[in-house]
Design a protein around this ligand. Structure first.
Ligand SMILES: NC(=O)c1ccc[n+]([C@@H]2O[C@H](COP(=O)([O-])OP(=O)(O)OC[C@H]3O[C@@H](n4cnc5c(N)ncnc54)[C@H](O)[C@@H]3O)[C@@H](O)[C@H]2O)c1
Ligand SMILES: [Zn+2]
Length: 340
């Protein structure tokens, strides 16, 4: 078991990673109050039930699985149910699910009565390596990802690697992509390790890989909690990635798969070759069969280019990166250069 501490002054919190933690979550969370548990219908319900049984008074609220639940409509349903459960300011929300449940629940906890306590139990690899820490919460609106949201740091994060036993393999690769993203920009040793291990050994060593990825994200968030600079490097591959995600029918390509496709055009030379090789090894896509021009047109609608410019993270050497502000035209050229 490993405990990392996210050091953010009064918003600091522990992140505990290990096996068999769910059964003991009352040792990590204060569940001696009204607890509103949010999960989705694709997450095996035994996880939410395990936590509910450890609470003094729990309500389990289940949303539909999939990105479509990161919506104002679903958020409204959650908030109404929280009010019906008579949750007060000193009660709390527990998210049990992947990034969708985590982003939605964190946002609900941030606006309900101007903010109540929030705990996160991430159950996908993506949410365990990335989305459960850092405090970004949001829903989508009008086809634009994460356009309505808030910074809301959790009180504690509990990462039980046993829950990955039920996660489909494609979702394991999807989550691994965010770890590859962090290694590519910030930690050549972790990238090298992922290159050396064969696919099944990566998953046999998943706890260590989760911890290494979390350490990278933690360092970045501690330095720049509200994304005024350095934190942008966590968006490596996401400018085009979000465009591809928006261009696909919901659920067609997963978030991590879109990020894989988004990283390649902004990676150069030997680094690009190494990245493509690693992505292929873990069954992540390296070719986009959709309309790349249409994906790019979503990029220009993205919230990050309100000024007509995009902040793009470029990787010329594994373990290093730089942030460049460029016009949509310059960015499109980079992308078309790679994919045509
Ligand atoms: N807040 C952040 O910093 C941040 C960072 C990265 C990604 N994200 C967001 O995260 C979302 C993607 O998250 P995701 O990839 O976890 O997807 P997800 O939450 O949709 O989960 C994927 C699927 O796995 C199922 N599932 C979850 N846990 C399971 C388990 N243990 N066993 C079996 N099935 C399980 C879910 O029901 C769902 O169908 C995107 O909306 C993305 O924008 C947020
Ligand atoms: Zn991401």
């Amino acid at each position: 078991m490993t405990v990392l501490n996210m050091n953010l002054g009064e918003n600091s919190y522990p992140i505990t990673v290990g096996q068999g933690l769910l059964d003991r979550c009352n040792e990590y969370f204060d569940l001696n109050r009204k607890v509103f548990i949010i999960t989705d219908d694709g997450v095996p319900n035994k996880y939410a039930n395990t936590v509910a049984n450890l609470c003094k008074e729990a309500t389990v609220y289940t949303v539909k699985q999939g990105e479509g639940s990161k919506s104002i409509g679903t958020l409204e349903g959650v908030l109404v149910a929280m009010a019906n459960a008579e949750l007060g300011r000193s009660d709390c929300v527990v998210a049990i699910g992947g990034g969708v449940v985590g982003d939605l629940s964190g946002f609900a906890a941030s606006v309900y009565m101007r903010g109540i306590d929030f705990y996160n139990v991430p159950t996908t690899l993506l949410s365990q390596v990335d989305s459960s820490i850092g405090g970004k919460t949001a829903v989508n609106l009008g086809g634009i990802k994460n356009i309505v949201g808030a910074f809301k740091q959790p009180k504690a994060v509990l990462i039980d690697t046993d829950v990955l036993d039920t996660l489909p393999k494609r979702h394991m690769a999807n989550g691994l992509c965010e770890a590859i993203k962090m290694a590519a920009t910030s930690n050549a040793a972790l990238f090298g390790k992922l290159e050396t291990l064969n696919e099944s050994d990566i998953y046999n060593n998943i706890e260590e890989i989760i911890v290494e990825a979390l350490k990278i994200k933690k360092t970045v968030v501690e330095e720049d909690e509200k994304e005024s600079g350095l934190r942008k490097i966590l968006n490596f591959g996401h400018t085009l990635g979000h465009g591809i995600e928006a261009n696909e029918d919901l659920g067609n390509l997963y978030h991590g798969e879109c990020v894989a496709l988004g990283m390649l055009p902004v990676t150069f030379g030997e680094a690009k070759e190494r990245l493509a090789r690693l992505l292929k090894k873990v069954s992540l896509p390296t070719e986009y069969s959709g309309d790349i021009g249409a994906a790019l047109s979503f990029v220009s609608h993205d919230k990050k280019c309100a000024s007509g410019k995009v902040s793009v993270i470029l990787c010329e050497k594994i373990g290093e990166c730089k942030i460049e502000s460029m016009s949509i035209d310059e960015f499109s050229k980079l992308v078309l250069n790679h994919y045509n």
